[in-house]
Design a protein around this ligand. Sequence first.
Ligand code: NAD
Length: 438
Amino acid sequence: MKIAMIGTGYVGLVSGVCFSDFGHEVVCVDKDPKKIEMLERGEVPIYEPGLDTLMAKNVEAGRLSFTLDLHEAIDGAQAVFIAVGTPTRRGDGHADLTYVMAAAEEIAKAASDYVVVVTKSTVPVGTNRQVKQTISKANPDLEFDVASNPEFLREGAAIDDFMKPDRVVVGVQNDRAAEVMAEIYRPLYLREFPIVTTDLESAEMIKYAANAFLATKITFINEIAALCEKVGADVKSVSKGMGMDGRIGNKFLHAGPGYGGSCFPKDTKALARIGQEYASPMQITEAVIKVNEEVKRRMIDKLLDLCGGSFNGKTVAVLGVTFKPNTDDMRDAPSLTIVPALVGGGAKVRAVDPQGQHEGEALLPGVNWVDDPYKASQNADLLVILTEWNEFRALDLSKIAGKMATAHMADLRNVYSPKDAKRAGFAAYESIGREGFT
Ligand code: NAD
């Protein structure tokens, strides 16, 4: 089967590469000439483990190609996927559908034979019907169906998530589109996996409900962590004890500096907005959005305490700026709130991140970038662990403490323990949801 994929970002590129690995012929389109040039040279514009090798393998096999020209991509394709961005619209929290609707218009102009237009982007309920109307209006003679196929992959583990999904969700309006979708995912049937075939609205809603639920789980444990600090409990033991309950599960129960990334912040805001529009307020989600902002502010207070009440003149070493390890994605990362507070307060910030420096240089002005944690901690007054990259999980803490002017650490991912820090010679250590020491 031939598939066209519009958008070569984190979702579009991974989906396109994986579909080609299933054996389909995939043509990926992007309107960004720089991205297409890089892809044509065999370079991957994003950091995603394993993607370069899988991409090269499928290009070599002649199943995967890249173009700026949608006409070329859609010619003879049975399905065209829309995997463009749906960022938060300025001002009202709604998902910005400009890119999705522009893609729909372009498809209408480029397609001539029956095709299933599949929305992979995360879009509010009702968007697939809007896509259908837009295409029908722009090309009334075109025979086509729409399908909703939200994506659940996680950056950093995207290929595995795509190849071994917990489930695939497909929203359709008729059997013809359902059959095309089944054919696309057929190679996955070799492994037992559940496919949820439903209507368009339910498929659209599943994605927002799932993301808002996960953001709620993270925020819940972050709030419990704050209470743990007050009552002398250890949030790591609390999450372990909670997570062993099969009804709760142990995932997404790690306390940290607040959720971030390209999905949870914008999708919770969009769901809250949809609730307001339909006069069915999403009160839990609204509270989660508010509490998550407070979590990030609480982190800044923690750092201030460790700096004796002022950042002015302090040198702070920041380990990690991406919103999580194994990605270069900085969208809505907690570092974007925390680092500017440090710089704005007069601190000299030295940052290190295995993949985030390129994005970080653009988004975090006033930061000095170094390439290893030991250089970052030279004469520093505070060490902050913001992202739990593997590179930061087995540091020689004694060596670091020995290099620092004041050996203070804010471990915002609970990578180490107060005991580890004390043994290494740190004079102060604070983490999340556990008693520290000063
Ligand atoms: P992204 O910003 O990384 O990529 C979007 C790409 O689409 C860009 O390369 C852009 O140039 C291209 N584009 C936009 N309009 C186009 C057009 N008309 N024609 C061709 N190319 C066009 O976005 P992303 O992170 O891949 O997210 C895409 C969608 O998937 C969003 O709705 C997001 O919510 C959803 N999603 C993302 C993730 C994730 O982890 N990133 C996971 C699940 C779902």
